[in-house]
Structure formats: structure tokens, C-alpha cells
Design a binder for this molecule. Structure first.
Ligand SMILES: [Zn+2]
Length: 372
């Protein structure tokens, strides 16, 4: 391998690393490559806080968004820093519950939400933390809390606003998207061909051109970031410094803007806007089946929030014209099976027992009656 080939390999490796992003627990990645795909942190390589997801490396066709299940339970009694939805394995952990009367301040520093100047909850992103502070502050001061809680849960499924926000995002990042694509083509296709044909002397000229073009893209990144996230100046400055030092990172600029852009919406709502109908229905079905898992919690607020989210998701899916009974109907029995799990639809060849995958959910026999 020649020195220039080795240099190219390093550049590709750095770029592929930049295609990876951190997907926090309770979050779903919506990744577009040849088609839209859904990735849950539970299925990927990671730890108890999250996992690494990989965005489509060709920016021309790729898009990536993260949908986060709100991990704070909100009820009329107070706020709990835990939710059961999407996270049944952690449901046994005790939640911290604060009643509205005992709150004196709500704020955030970065991803951390503080209540009464004590760390209350670590969010998936600074954007999400800021949104939570805004919502919780509104509820804390509210004198019509029941209505405001309903407005909040409705807003998670407000598909019209979601659609409008996405259109706005595409307009605000259109030039940046084109520049990122051109940067990718110059860096990984045109420059290597020139160096291959004209030799090492052209390497210096190509590198110089890439560095100059990198600053042009960074300029547009700064401009797009100011339009999309005017309040996150610190993040903007950190990003452009990193991009100045590492041009492959600049190519991924659009993803940095898009990843947490839809953090105010429930993943099920995002699925119905981004994915083809069939895939969105499949995801909605999986989300609703998850509610059949066994749950426990030390807090009535957490249970109340869990039940209210189930109702909200069901209503949202029904509004899309989908027959819930048909969607959640037991799976067609395969030869020899006697029961199925109501939470994941896995089929079993025995009747009495629990599903090994679903936190000991009792199996449902196909004949409708338990044996013995
Ligand atoms: Zn199961």
C-alpha cells in the first residue's frame, strides 16, 4: 500500500466513525438509506445508557432522525423521573416523584434537568432537556393542569406540526445538504482520482482545495444551525471548531442538525410521517404489544402516565384509520404451537408457562383455555 492509499484509508475510516451516532435508551433511530429503517438501542451494540447506530454513509440519499420516548412521567399529582413505556426491564427501579407544591425551580445544564437545583433526570440531548424544562415549568405554574397535561400528550402526536416542522427543516438545510454532498464527492471521489492520475504533486493542491471548501461548508453549517437552533450558540461554536480540525465531520453536517430535531414528538408519530404505511403500522403494533408486558412501579404517577400514553397511542393509531383489533390480533398459529405471548407474539409448543423474552408474561393458549 502506498502512502497516498494509506492516507485515503485513514480518511475513509475517520468518515465511517463520523457516520456513527449515539442512540440513547428509550430512543428509536429513523435511518434512511435505500429505504427507511428503524433501529432501537435495544438491538444495537452499547451499554445500559444507549448504543451506537450507523447512519447511511452516502449523504446524497441518507437521512437520520432520533425519536425519544419521553422518559418522565407526568400526572396531576406530580412529576416522576421514570417511565415504564419502552423500558419494562427498568420498571422495577424506584422513581423519584416530586409533587408540584414542592417545586421551587426547574432548570437544565446541558442534558441534565434539575428540579430544586438537584439533578432530576438525564435527557437524551440538550435540545430535549430544554424542551422538558419548558413543559415542566408550564405545568408547575399551571392552574388548569389536567388540560395542560392533555395538551402536552396531544402535542407528542401532533402529526400536522411534525410535518410542517420537517418541511421547514428541509428548507432551512437545503443549501447545506447540497454542499455536504458536493464535499463528499470531492473528498472521496474526485480528489482521489486526481491524485491517482497526476501523482503526489496534485495531492497538495487537492488537500488545499478540500480545506478551503471545508470552510465554505462550515460557514453554511453555522448559518443553518443559527436558523434551526438559534438558542444553541455554544453547540454551534464547538461543532465548527471540530469541523475545522476534521473535514470528514463537516460532510455529516446535516445529520448533526437533524438527529434531535424531532425530539418533541413520540416515535410512533414520527414513524407515520417518515416511514411507508406498512412499516409504520408494524412499528405501531410492536409499540402497543409492549404495553402487554408485566409492569411494576413504586409510583401511581408512573402507572397513570403509562396508562394514559397507551390510550393516547391507541387513539392516534385509530385516527389513522387502522383497526386496532385487527392490528393486534393473535398471530396465525404455526404447525404444532399451542400458545403465544401477548407482548411479542412469539409462539410456543406448550400451554402453561411464560414468555422467556418478555419479563415472564403469561402465555395465552390458542384454544382460549388454560390446560389443567
Ligand atoms: Zn414475549
Amino acid at each position: 500500500m502506498t502512502d497516498t492509499q494509506f492516507l485515503y484509508l485513514i480518511l475513509v475510516i475517520i468518515y465511517l466513525i463520523e457516520c456513527c451516532f449515539w442512540l440513547p435508551r428509550n430512543s428509536i433511530a429513523f435511518i434512511k438509506g435505500s429505504g427507511w429503517k428503524i433501529k432501537s438501542s435495544a438491538w444495537l451494540l452499547g451499554n445500559s445508557n444507549g448504543a451506537f447506530a450507523f447512519a447511511w454513509p452516502f449523504p446524497l440519499l441518507g437521512k437520520a432522525f432520533i425519536g425519544t420516548i419521553p422518559s418522565i412521567s407526568i400526572s396531576q399529582e406530580g412529576i416522576a423521573n421514570r417511565t415504564i413505556e419502552g423500558n419494562p426491564r427498568k420498571s422495577s427501579k424506584a422513581a423519584t416523584i416530586i409533587s408540584y407544591d414542592n417545586i421551587s425551580s426547574i432548570s437544565n445544564i446541558g442534558k441534565i434537568v434539575y428540579i430544586n437545583e438537584t439533578e432530576f433526570y438525564k435527557s437524551s440531548s440538550e435540545k430535549h432537556a430544554l424542551k422538558l424544562v419548558e413543559i415542566l415549568s408550564e405545568l408547575w405554574r399551571s392552574n388548569k393542569r389536567e388540560k395542560d397535561i392533555q395538551n402536552y400528550t396531544d402535542s407528542l402526536f401532533d402529526i400536522d406540526t411534525l410535518d410542517k416542522n420537517l418541511t421547514e427543516f428541509n428548507i432551512k438545510t437545503k443549501t447545506l445538504t447540497w454542499l455536504c454532498n458536493i464535499h463528499f464527492i470531492i473528498m472521496f471521489i474526485i480528489a482521489p482520482i486526481i491524485v491517482y492520475v497526476f501523482g503526489v504533486i496534485s495531492l497538495i493542491i487537492s488537500a488545499l482545495f478540500i480545506i478551503i471548501f471545508n470552510f465554505v461548508v462550515i460557514g453554511f453549517y453555522y448559518y443553518s444551525h443559527s436558523n434551526v437552533y438559534p438558542e444553541f450558540k455554544g453547540e454551534r461554536i464547538t461543532d465548527i471548531i471540530k469541523m475545522g480540525l476534521c473535514p470528514p465531520m463537516t460532510v455529516r453536517g446535516r445529520d448533526y442538525l437533524s438527529l434531535h430535531y424531532l425530539c418533541s414528538f413520540h416515535p410512533v408519530a414520527i414513524a407515520f410521517v417518515l416511514l411507508p404505511a406498512e412499516k409504520a403500522e408494524e412499528f405501531a403494533k410492536k409499540t402497543l404489544l409492549d404495553f402487554n408486558k408485566n409492569i411494576t412501579s413504586n409510583s401511581d404517577s408512573v402507572i397513570w402516565h403509562y396508562e394514559s400514553m397507551k390510550k393516547e397511542i391507541t387513539a392516534f393509531i385509530e385516527k389513522r384509520g387502522i383497526d386496532i383489533n385487527k392490528l393486534l390480533a393473535p398471530p396465525e398459529p404455526e404447525a404444532g404451537v399451542l400458545s403465544y405471548c401477548p407482548a411479542c407474539h412469539a409462539q410456543y409448543t406448550f400451554i402453561n408457562g411464560t414468555c422467556s423474552e418478555c419479563n415472564n408474561v403469561n402465555l395465552v393458549p390458542y384454544d382460549g383455555e388454560k390446560d389443567g
